[in-house]
Design a protein around this ligand. Structure first.
Ligand SMILES: *[C@@H]1O[C@H](CO)[C@@H](O)[C@H](O)[C@H]1NC(C)=O
Ligand SMILES: *[C@@H]1O[C@H](CO)[C@@H](O)[C@H](O)[C@H]1NC(C)=O
Ligand SMILES: *[C@@H]1O[C@H](CO)[C@@H](O)[C@H](O)[C@H]1NC(C)=O
Ligand SMILES: *[C@@H]1O[C@H](CO)[C@@H](O)[C@H](O)[C@H]1NC(C)=O
Ligand SMILES: *[C@@H]1O[C@H](CO)[C@@H](O)[C@H](O)[C@H]1NC(C)=O
Ligand SMILES: *[C@@H]1O[C@H](CO)[C@@H](O)[C@H](O)[C@H]1NC(C)=O
Length: 463
């Protein structure tokens, strides 16, 4: 078998890779499709916090909400802040009783969320002219999740897949992106979790640590990652200790984010003073209820109502989260249970497939393909060939599968040591940092089954 030399040559690969493979079971939920209306009537499953009754808090929330409503444009958007504001409005429904007179009605909320969908479509449509900013996409994904839309099925487009294809340029964006993916219940790789833990323990910026804690707290909601709970303690405590004498954590934004990260971690109570942090925020509210602009006002609102970005995953979108949390296996609940790690679940995933020609990468092309999970990479290659003639290939059939010897018109030349090597990568391959040999796929094209977030590369190179 011609694959043998590769398998032998890179036999360590399989071991390195299997670590990630064991966590690759994707989760699916019975989220609504994006074409269904928003459900605005069911707030968070948890009880209202006791603090609701505190007069001053209530009035600062009221004023901030009034400010947000006053900022709404004629097209029902909040310009660049639409996703942030919508997220805050949805979470504010825990205060339905006291805010009923000013909260937007279900129809108003629906108009705004339709406007947001248009914004997302425009962003996707124009991504060749204006590259999508990962953090902006993450913001939209979080808002969609909050509104009970599934960002993995945005009118047939997997926004989380798109999000995870982006290499996170910095730690803050990385944590934010991972939070958005986790909130949508997408698979978070071990490698990503390791990076988060690393950031949580080393970063100095309060907002980076806070965002990382939010992402990790989301991840530990998944029963498979419960064991990480303990590793949150140390970074949380050291973050809590950064509170300054004025009650804040440096500035309004950082304070709001840190409060979201630390809220309801009762074991941290002795390390910081929540009342003082709230007082810090209230003292900085403008007379019209604003915190500078609609975006920051939304961030602060989440802190004041003690329902941060971290609780979006717990929103009741008809998914029986409490049943899931206890992982109880009861007849009739199988649907919600199957939402967690049921491998035989059929759903579409998006992968990219790239060709590189030459050790110096003189030619390249990439295609993105959506197919049901568990499709073989061989099938993906056939789909790619049908979509784009660059991906035409020829393979010989062997008892244990196909061997690809020619791609894009380049045939392997064993005499010249020119071979096609297949890599399975966690990120889109970057010619300026070509993948190491450990990432060569451990099996042949027939046995390689696609998973969300996979990036495949066939590289014609001299060995
Ligand atoms: C927390 O801060 C508030 C307001 O600054 C203050 O009244 C209270 O005594 C503080 N609590 C503790 C335990 O220090
Ligand atoms: C997974 O889901 C399928 C159908 O959705 C079901 O038949 C199967 O029993 C489930 N398996 C487990 C382990 O829950
Ligand atoms: C994936 O596909 C293979 C063969 O196509 C099949 O044997 C296996 O049961 C499938 N696994 C899942 C989880 O669907
Ligand atoms: C997967 O994609 C195909 C076509 O791209 C579509 O027909 C099918 O309905 C999708 N399935 C799911 C579960 O989204
Ligand atoms: C590849 O680049 C190296 C130096 O960067 C050069 O020496 C070599 O000739 C190039 N090979 C080809 C085939 O262009
Ligand atoms: C792919 O090749 C084109 C030229 O053919 C080049 O402009 C582009 O930068 C290359 N893309 C990557 C990712 O290297």
């Amino acid at each position: 078998m011609v694959y043998l030399p590769l398998i032998l040559g890179f036999s360590l690969v399989a071991f390195g890779y299997s670590q990630d493979l064991e966590l690759q079971t994707s989760i699916s939920t019975d989220y609504k499709e994006t074409t269904e209306p928003v459900k605005v009537t069911s707030p968070i499953t948890e009880q209202l916090p006791e603090k609701v009754t505190e007069k001053s808090i209530e009035s600062s929330i009221r004023n901030a909400l009034k400010f947000l409503i006053s900022q709404r444009e004629n097209d029902w958007s909040w310009r660049n802040d639409t996703p942030k504001v919508l997220t805050a409005l949805k979470l504010l429904h825990v205060y339905e009783d006291v805010l009923d007179d000013i909260l937007p009605s279900a129809y108003e909320l629906q108009l705004s969320s339709k406007q947001m969908e248009i914004e997302i479509v425009i962003m996707l449509w124009r991504h060749h002219e204006i590259p999508i900013a990962p953090s902006q996409l993450a913001e939209y994904c979080l808002a969609l999740s909050a509104l009970c839309y599934d960002p993995r099925q945005f009118h047939g487009h997997d926004l989380i897949g798109t999000l995870q294809h982006h290499e996170a340029p910095n730690d803050l964006d990385f944590a934010y992106l991972t939070l958005a993916a986790c909130t949508a219940r997408a698979h978070v790789r071990k490698k990503q979790i390791r990076r988060l833990l690393d950031i949580a323990n080393t970063a100095k910026d309060h907002n980076i640590v806070a965002m990382t804690i939010l992402a990790l707290r989301c991840i530990v909601m998944d029963h498979r990652h419960r064991n990480l709970q303990h590793s949150l303690r140390r970074p949380s405590i050291s973050l809590a200790r950064q509170q300054q004498t004025d009650g804040g954590f440096g500035n309004i934004y950082n304070t709001a984010l840190v409060m979201q990260a630390l809220d309801d971690l009762t074991e941290l109570k002795s390390y910081w003073n929540k009342t003082a942090a709230k007082a810090y925020l209230e003292g900085r509210q403008d007379p019209d209820g604003a915190y500078t602009d609609a975006g920051l006002t939304s961030d602060v609102l989440l802190a004041l109502i003690e329902k941060g970005l971290g609780v979006i995953r717990l929103l009741d979108c008809g998914r029986h989260d409490s049943d899931y949390e206890n992982n109880v296996d009861i007849e009739g609940l199988t649907k919600s249970l199957s939402a967690h790690g049921n491998d035989s679940e059929i759903r579409n995933v998006t992968v990219t497939y790239t060709l590189w020609i030459g050790s110096n990468i003189t030619e390249n092309c990439t295609i993105s393909i959506t197919a049901p999970r568990n499709t073989s990479f061989y099938t993906i290659m056939q789909m790619a060939m049908d979509m784009d003639s660059h991906f035409a290939f020829e393979a010989s059939e062997w008892p244990n599968g196909h061997y690809v010897h020619t791609l894009a018109g380049y045939k392997e030349e064993p005499m010249g040591y020119n071979y096609w090597l297949l890599y399975r990568l966690p990120e889109l391959p970057d010619p300026s940092a070509p993948p190491a040999n450990q990432l060569v796929a451990p099996v042949g094209v027939d046995d390689l089954l696609i998973e969300e977030g996979d990036h495949y590369l066939f590289w014609y190179k001299k060995l």
